[in-house]
Design a binder for this molecule. Structure first.
Ligand code: ATP
Ligand code: BTN
Length: 326
């Protein structure tokens, strides 16, 4: 019951009366009062005012399996949860399980990643408790060339979840970043193991900056967090569960349909540099285009200076705005 009380108080910006809590939870007001006392003894700051009720000021946040599980509404993602206080990288853990027969839909989360990974061997940095770091182990029956599209599906799931939070207007920077106010709030890393043309497993790793208040100098200009955007942050167990719920629905639809046509309109409405000039940067060149939108195969459609349309395939390219990160 304590978790339910906390969830109600968290979702309200105002006082909630003992009577209202008792009504919503279908228990007595005495039971509510006892549980509030326990929460306070556990370190939650809950203000109690006569004739008004209770207001949550702050609460030490825990990220554990039961917290994540209590908000899951999925069919298979999160049936098995591995939640670490500290680990190297949730993607590395998921791959390890993937190699040893781990279940489709296993979910890996961590309070701290000591070797968080980004694309192309880059690192993903965070301190303990700051980010929602989660990876899903998947064994989809799709063609190998469709795997990179899973990143785009995950980006839409992240954008949907963040859009529900107060004060956040998420956008997608193709292919794997979710940005808010022109700064990166989330990165997605999809990794795969295959034999010939057969997929052994896919790992989708998602890192959402949540309570970060500062970033290392080299990324401070292009990184942000939920807390920096709305002054609050969001319970990481809830964030991970919301994400799993949203992702599973979109992912299943993608696996059934095999292409991204069903998501094109939504993706394009979220695309941060749609109809704007961008640089497409590969190892040896930097070319200016106008971004047009997503193609059903997951590429980025761009127009070159001659007005010709090209389909940029993800992988070894980066897209940048001509004046900065987006
Ligand atoms: P692109 O994906 O277009 O190549 P990118 O710079 O975002 O651009 P990624 O490989 O997607 O590169 O992401 C990894 C990069 O993200 C790192 O090199 C670092 O610059 C940055 N980064 C690392 N940790 C964080 C974080 N917590 N929040 C935001 N950005 C981060
Ligand atoms: C990127 O932007 O390049 C991708 C960053 C992906 C970070 C997440 S955090 C959870 C999962 N574990 C990792 O080591 N990486 C991903």
């Amino acid at each position: 019951m304590r978790k339910k009380i906390l969830a109600i108080l968290k979702s309200s910006n105002d006082y909630v009366s003992g009577q209202e809590l008792a009504r919503q939870l279908n228990v007595s007001r005495t039971a509510v009062w006892k549980n509030i006392k326990t929460l306070q003894s556990e370190g939650c700051l809950i203000e109690a005012v006569n004739n008004k009720g209770y207001r949550l000021v702050s609460c030490p946040e825990v990220l554990d399996e039961s917290g994540i599980r209590s908000h899951l509404t999925t069919k298979y993602i999160g049936n098995k949860i591995f939640c670490y206080d500290e680990t190297d990288s949730t993607n590395t853990r998921a791959k390890h399980e993937g190699e040893s027969g781990g279940e489709n839909g296993s979910l890996f989360a961590a309070n701290l990643q000591t070797a968080g990974k980004g694309r192309r061997g880059r690192s993903w940095v965070s301190q303990k408790g700051e980010i929602a770091a989660v990876s899903f182990l998947l064994r989809p029956e799709i063609e190998i060339e469709c795997v990179s599209r899973i990143t785009l599906v995950a980006a839409v799931a992240v954008a949907r979840v963040l859009a529900k939070l107060e004060g956040l207007k998420p956008r997608i920077k193709w292919p794997n970043d979710v940005v808010v106010n022109g700064k990166k709030i989330c990165g997605i890393l999809t990794e795969m193991s295959s034999e010939g043309m057969d997929i052994n497993y896919v790992v989708v790793g998602i890192g959402i900056n949540d309570y970060n208040e500062t970033f290392p100098d080299n990324i401070a200009y292009k990184a942000t967090s939920i807390k920096l955007e709305n002054g609050k942050g969001y319970d990481r167990a809830m964030l991970i569960a919301d994400l799993a719920n949203e992702f599973e629905q979109l992912f299943d639809e993608f696996v059934n349909r095999k292409d991204l046509s069903f998501l094109l309109e939504e993706y394009n409405s979220l695309l941060v540099n749609k109809d704007e000039k961008v640089y497409v940067i590969s190892d040896d060149k930097k070319t200016e285009y106008t971004a047009i939108g997503l193609s059903p195969n997951g590429g980025l459609l761009v127009k070159n200076e001659l007005g010709e349309i090209e389909n940029i395939i993800s992988g070894e390219v980066s897209v940048r705005g001509i004046y900065g990160y987006v």
